[in-house]
Design a protein around this ligand. Sequence first.
Ligand code: CA
Length: 249
Amino acid sequence: MHALLVEDDDRMARALGTALAQRGHTVRRVGRALDALRHVHEAGFVLLDLGLPDLDGLELLRRLRTVCDAPLIVVTARCEERDIVQGLRAGADDYVVKPFRMAELMARIDTVRRRTDPRSGRAGAPPAHPAHPGGTGGGGGRPAPVRTGDVEVDLAGRTVTVAGVEVRLTRREFDVLAFLAARPDEVHSREVILDRIWGDVFLAASRSLDVHVAGIRAKTGRSHLVRTVRGFGYQLGSPAAPAEGDGAR
Ligand code: CA
């Protein structure tokens, strides 16, 4: 697969480029944000350093996300919780702090690519447990949109409307919401959500889940749309009537 490596440090770029090539990827390395924007459309996945000479990496990440949906991993020396949360919120699929073990980064690349590959069945609306069995794509009818309060989740069309107005969620936010909406009567454990949507249960993904739930609540303006079941997981909620035991936002 073709990788876009955004890294201004030559030594780091060489090491990463060699490791990627050894795993069969072709690599375009750029050292400036401007060049990243120019070449991102050709990338199968992106590795992004945040400390760049011409633009803050987080700002670049936001701009990349407006034009490109490719899997993206931030690879940076910034290790504050705040940076990690901002990176994930801005649309990174994973976040790796330097110094890192090369083998671990390569494994994370594989995981991110797997879970964002529509053919793998992990990305998109939950394929294994459709709300309407037999209704996902392949010849049958489309599954009916899931409604709760004034929120409508169209699993097939991957759209969300609140009071009739479409709300734009990131791909991952939609995946989480769609997973909950596909089986609205069940409480889903964090582990199951992480495994089914992220394909893994490692630390960054675990934090990422909370960030994405917060994003869903904020963007829809319906803080009770996702119900927190403390110490366990999440369930689709009723935006109008907060359920008992609903957790903090
Ligand atoms: Ca740098």
